[in-house]
Design a binder for this molecule. Structure first.
Ligand SMILES: Cc1cc2nc3c(=O)[nH]c(=O)nc-3n(C[C@H](O)[C@H](O)[C@H](O)COP(=O)(O)OP(=O)(O)OC[C@H]3O[C@@H](n4cnc5c(N)ncnc54)[C@H](O)[C@@H]3O)c2cc1C
Length: 406
């Protein structure tokens, strides 16, 4: 083994993938992964789905089994937090004071949950959802009859609602904006998901902001700006994440809503990369920079960083995509829609099999496919092609998306 050394900060999917891709690419030096959680790299999506439902074992969430890392000479150091990066001496310092030298450094620190700041936010019974330990901490309390308040009507909040309503909990979703999934989908999609949840028995409150949490020794009520006091045995807060960029900022790396990287995941320092939720990267297809919070992005950027370190650079330029599972609905999203896009629905909303397609100045830019796997797959190429699309033809579900270009 050569003495060349890659140090990876963060043992999530982006950090894990970087290490895996380095070895797959026959990297011969040392690979050291430093992660502050107690677990080997794992997939977070099941946390709000099968793992929360108690239907997935811990082992099923691991990217690779525990034996993979020693077999591939990947040095995994868990419960290990990096405190500083010294770019001049090319070393990182751990919270316990130990220093570790690197030749190449990969920052894969992800994000942490955005916290509620209203009075009562620190009461016992107020929970978040980012890690295995979070879910293990409250999963057993989600029993029939329990009052659960979900604060935030984004994907995570709605996925939690879909799981716990089946367990017989009394569920209220509280969303400050006028509609759920406000940031990411068209009003038609928000209305569809609101109806689905209401039919399942979830109480959805929109345009309703939480002003305080109250209770004697633990949460009992969520108080809203509408005057409502909602009974809550526990609350799960899902109001987004903030990227973990403090150590990068302190090291003087260029940061702007994430650590700024190029198409190879390289930061403003030629020996340091940043990948996954913590990075802000250029997307050639979309023609702008963005910070994405998705597994496909974490994996693709991890691969891009590894290839660059291996001296076989391949630019990262993919159509962003994401998925969400709620009830029997498999939502797969490609591209990024914006307010003002024209929305065309293909298929049948009542039959729960349709796609919301987004056109911007006549060009196909995004697709939300609900139980429409083919549309999801074909939409990626259509977005990358940037063709003008006839909206009437687009609405005709008998014409495959791949045959759509005019
Ligand atoms: C509940 C939930 C459901 C999701 N569902 C989906 C989904 O359906 N589809 C999808 O595409 N995406 C989904 N996501 C998003 C997806 O999981 C993330 O985009 C992805 O995990 C990002 O990976 P990452 O490695 O960049 O960051 P992270 O997974 O956040 O990993 C970063 C790791 O670095 C550690 N770390 C941070 N700072 C330090 C430090 N100084 N020293 C050492 N370690 C440090 C963190 O503790 C963490 O373990 C979901 C996320 C959550 C939380």
């Amino acid at each position: 083994m050569s003495e060349h050394k890659v140090v990876i900060i963060g043992a999530g999917e982006a950090g894990g993938q970087t290490a895996i891709s380095l070895r797959q690419g026959s990297y011969e030096g040392r690979i050291i992964v430093l992660g502050d959680e107690a677990y080997i790299p794992y997939e977070r999506p099941p946390l709000s789905k099968a793992f929360l439902a108690g239907e997935a074992e811990l082992e099923r969430m691991y990217m690779r089994g525990p034996e993979f890392y020693p077999q591939n000479k990947i040095e995994l150091r868990l419960n290990t937090s990096v405190k500083t990066i010294d770019r001049t001496k090319k070393r990182v310092t751990l919270i316990n004071g130990e220093a570790l030298a690197y030749d190449k450094l990969v920052i894969a620190t992800g994000g942490r949950v955005r916290k509620l700041s209203c009075p009562g936010a620190e009461l016992p019974g107020v929970h978040y959802l980012r890690s295995i330990d979070d879910v293990i901490g409250y999963r057993d309390q989600l029993v029939a009859g329990a009052n659960l308040a979900i604060i935030g009507g984004g994907y995570i909040g709605l996925e939690v609602a879909a799981v716990v309503i089946k367990r017989g909990c009394k569920v209220t979703v509280i969303e400050a904006l006028p509609r759920v999934l406000n940031r990411v989908v068209a009003p038609e999609m928000s209305a569809f998901y609101t109806d689905v949840h209401r039919q399942a028995g979830v109480n959805i409150l929109t345009s309703t902001a939480v002003t305080a949490l109250e209770g004697q020794g633990k949460i009992e009520y969520v108080v809203c700006n509408t005057g409502q006091r909602i009974a809550a045995d526990l609350a799960i807060v899902g109001i987004g994440i903030v990227p973990n960029i403090a150590i990068a900022q302190a090291a003087g790396l260029n940061c702007d809503n994430g650590i700024v990287v190029d198409k190879f995941a390289l930061t403003s320092d030629p020996d340091i990369y940043a990948v996954g939720d913590c990075s802000n990267h250029p997307n050639e297809i979309l023609g702008r920079r963005l910070r994405l919070e998705s597994v496909p992005n974490a994996l693709a950027q991890g691969k891009a960083a590894a290839l660059h370190i291996l001296g076989k650079p391949e630019k990262y330029a993919e159509v962003p995509w994401f998925w969400s599972d709620q009830y029997d609905l498999k939502l797969q999203m490609t591209g990024l829609s914006e307010p003002g896009d024209t929305v065309v629905i293909r298929g049948s909303m009542p039959e729960r099999k349709f796609s919301a397609c987004y056109l911007r100045h006549g060009v196909f830019v995004a697709c939300n496919a609900v139980n429409m796997a083919k549309d999801f797959l074909q939409s990626k190429k259509l977005i990358a092609a940037k063709n003008q699309i006839d909206p009437v033809k687009l609405a005709d579900v008998s014409i495959p998306l791949k045959d759509m270009a005019v």
